[in-house]
Write a protein that binds this ligand. Sequence first.
Ligand code: 6PG
Length: 236
Amino acid sequence: MRVERFHDLEAVSRAGAEEFARLAKASPPRVPFHVALSGGSTPKRMHEILASMGRDALPWDRVVLWWGDERTVPPDHPDSNFGMAKRTLMDPLGLTRFHRMEGERDPAAAAADYEKLLVTECGKPPVMDLIFLGLGPDGHTLSLFPGTPAVGETQRYVVANPVDSPVAKGKTVRITFTLPVVAAARHVRMLVAGPDKTHVLPRALAAPSPEVPSSLVRSPDLVWYVDEVAAAELPR
Ligand code: 6PG
């Protein structure tokens, strides 16, 4: 695991975009490059930078977009992670190779179907080329919120996870990857920025604890891109 510090969200976002391009260009030609996007607000700027780099910045024709988690809302809902990526990345670049978590459906059925697709496309365990993750102020990542069943899931790859948290706007169900998918991925990049992450980042980087699901993230190649504000309580 490596932590790279950047001045601000803009620099974190540019680093994430450049890393996406670097890894996609370095991947074997003529085979799909499977990427899972994260939701929330942090990735928006990275998506916008990728869109501004243009369609030739990386082999987009080979990129297949997935989502690490989704809210149980339709794709045109303002809270939809797919909808955010569609507006900020897919529409500007005309991207059409994607597999959407169907947040509008029964979450258990949608999770089971997504898991089948993931195994069909990426194997068992599913090996994704690149997974982007974020960090919630309560230490969650994906939709693995503290105290929820999906945090300890070791067999399934995609599940419907019941959540009751102010961070998730109350009682809801989320569709989410589980930790085995992250552990199997070739590359994982965590993007963390802003003052609401300052107190949680040290806990996320500390010894693994189920109370801080992001601290359980393991991958052969895990890099945290953090800005100075989020890193303010880390040792220099
Ligand atoms: C989601 C995300 C979630 C996100 C964190 C951080 O659906 O909300 O996938 O795991 O990465 O909540 O969100 P922000 O980037 O908005 O702080």
